[in-house]
Design a protein around this ligand. Structure first.
Ligand code: SF4
Ligand code: SF4
Length: 246
């Protein structure tokens, strides 16, 4: 089996639901911490773990303690998968660096070492929806993501075409009125193009993270309503399942 096929098979055996490879040439100019983070590497592996549908069905207008714990558990699983995948790559004498699944370096602007969403977008796991979330054809935005950087000579995947169409579900459901209902072909030039970021951040940091048994800036409502995530739980027809956003 080729290196890419073997790597993806191994990542799946570790518990990944989706795996893609991004050519870092597609991410030139992206903000990283430190600034030369990507310099030793040529590819970024994007890994997704899906979240259970039932936890989203409990959300009404705020996150629940159950969702908060599932969020933590998914991040822990992703970090374990990334660590083990790095060991697998290093055994083959290539370099690999895991980027933690959720480690904001600045809680006011929500920046981390590298955007896992930007990597997933470039790796073809999903397109960037109007909510800024990565929307996967398989599970909608009901996934968490982690990244592994490597110099292993892999075959990169291609980014997906945006399939939000005329859908306005996340715009209408946003509890902060933050989503602008603007689509992008590949990725937004800045997140402000898609979102009034401060409105979203204020809701999550000042209100939701202060709630008992939540303790972190999460929400889940724009994830819940996306038809690409909801299509799997209901009994939709084949045509609806293929294009649930219309
Ligand atoms: S996370 Fe919540 S507040 Fe932020 S855009 Fe989504 S629904 Fe709106
Ligand atoms: S809810 Fe609709 S507009 Fe928002 S990300 Fe999902 S498909 Fe796109």
């Amino acid at each position: 089996m080729d290196l890419t096929g073997d790597l993806k098979k191994h990542a799946k055996s570790l518990g990944s639901d989706l795996v893609g490879v991004a050519d870092l040439a597609l991410l030139q100019g992206i903000a990283t911490e430190p600034a030369d983070l990507l310099a030793p590497y040529r590819y970024a592996i994007s890994i997704a773990v899906k979240l259970p549908h039932a936890v989203f069905e409990q959300l009404t207008d705020r996150p629940t303690p159950l969702y908060a714990q599932v969020y933590l558990n998914a991040n822990a699983l992703l970090d374990q998968i990334a660590l083990r995948l790095c060991a697998h790559i290093e055994r083959q004498k290539y370099a690999a660096l895991p980027i933690p699944a959720s480690q904001p370096l600045d809680m006011t602007v929500f920046r981390s070492h590298l955007s896992a969403k930007a990597v997933a977008n470039a790796a073809g796991l999903g397109w960037q929806g109007k909510s800024l979330l990565i929307v996967t054809p398989e599970y909608g935005p009901r996934v968490r993501l982690v990244t592994v950087l490597t110099d292993m000579p892999l075959t990169a995947d291609k980014p997906l075409k945006n399939r939000c169409g005329a859908c306005t579900c996340c715009t209408e459901a946003c509890v902060a009125g933050a989503i602008r209902n603007v689509s992008t072909d590949f990725h937004y030039a800045s997140r402000e193009e898609a979102l009034d970021f401060q409105k979203c951040a204020d809701k999550l940091v000042k209100e939701f993270s202060q709630m008992e048994n939540i303790g972190k800036p999460i929400c889940g409502l724009c994830i819940k309503v996306c038809p690409w995530g909801r299509k799997l739980k209901g009994r939709r027809s084949q045509s609806e399942a293929q294009n649930p956003a219309g």
